[in-house]
Write a protein that binds this ligand. Structure first.
Ligand code: NAP
Length: 271
């Protein structure tokens, strides 16, 4: 399940929405807020800005110094909330340690929150409104949908329970009538549980964590992991394990590719 065709299909729809909004005289702008000089944030920002440009979305970079306080960051968010030219806001996480990242997320206007950092949007997701979910879990679902993977009644096992991937993807799968099991570092008999899965979503952050003995023949695997190793970037699922699957997302070229497009999709969410 390559991510590229999924991303391309979304890009077409996004471009149409952007063009229609611009024709109606509306600005479509993604604001990216960075605090300090975290290199990974700048790499991610560069990738996002390239994509905004290719889709006709305007971008605005707001940079605050490394020593900025929580109050200063929240004030910057407040200005962007009020700015009617700004459609979406992405504060880059993690922020320097003196900044309360959760408070920054909470300060985001609900409709401008691009990656579900505001607990109000987390609550909306819990109540079944998947449109507010973060980009990566929505990317997992977009891939499963694009490749017509049956979900209703299937046993989905999610490996990982982070707020940004594991928990929200579990809720989105539940919304699609999967029976969902969430595994984490305290789970007993994890291989036994994984072997029962019709669908595995691996978001554990450990290279090759899922081995062939943990995969039921014919299972569908969504590999969210991005692990930098001597052999390049690899996922959480060993290559030998994907051979037992009926369908799987490659790493790289799977979830990551769609995830970035989902950020653009969030920008045009209400257009
Ligand atoms: P995270 O916050 O570190 O969460 C990892 C989860 O895995 C935790 O819930 C942890 O359990 C669990 N875990 C760790 N070791 C385990 C073990 N031995 N057995 C079972 N569970 C274990 O990571 P994340 O932010 O969710 O990201 C997960 C992976 O996805 C990373 O490789 C990350 O780079 C990647 N990622 C990719 C994208 C994309 O666009 N493709 C986006 C975001 C993240 P506990 O909760 O018990 O600690």
């Amino acid at each position: 399940m390559s991510g590229r065709p999924v991303a391309d299909a979304y890009k077409e729809k996004i471009k149409e929405k952007v063009e229609a909004a611009q024709k109606a005289g509306k600005k479509v702008t993604l604001a990216v807020l960075t605090v300090g000089q975290d290199p990974a944030s700048f790499v991610y920002r560069k990738r996002l800005l390239k994509m905004t440009e290719s889709l006709g979305i305007e971008s605005r970079c707001v940079e605050l110094p490394e020593a900025a306080s929580t109050a200063e960051v929240i004030a910057a968010v407040g200005e962007l909330n009020e700015d009617t030219d700004v459609t979406g806001i992405l504060p880059m996480m993690p922020m320097p340690k003196q900044v309360d990242g959760e408070a920054v997320g909470t300060a985001l206007a609900q409709e401008k929150d691009m990656d579900c950092l505001n607990p109000v949007n987390g609550g909306a997701l819990l109540m079944g409104q998947g449109r507010w979910a973060a980009c990566t879990p929505r990317a997992c679902m977009a891939i499963l949908k694009f490749y017509n993977i049956p979900l209703d009644g299937k046993h989905a096992v999610v490996l990982g329970r982070s707020n940004v991937v594991g928990k929200p993807v579990a809720l989105l799968l539940l919304q699609e009538n999967c029976t969902v099991t969430v595994c984490h570092s305290h789970t007993n008999n994890l291989p036994d549980i994984l072997r029962q899965a019709d669908i595995i979503v691996a978001a554990v952050g450990k290279a090759g964590f899922v081995t062939p003995d943990m995969v039921k023949p014919g299972a569908v695997i969504v590999d969210v992991g991005i692990n930098v190793t001597e052999n390049g970037i690899v996922g959480d699922v060993a290559r030998s394990a994907t051979e037992k699957a009926s369908a799987f997302t490659p790493v790289p070229g799977g979830v990551g590719v769609v995830s970035n497009v989902m950020m653009m999709d969030a920008v045009v969410r209400d257009l």
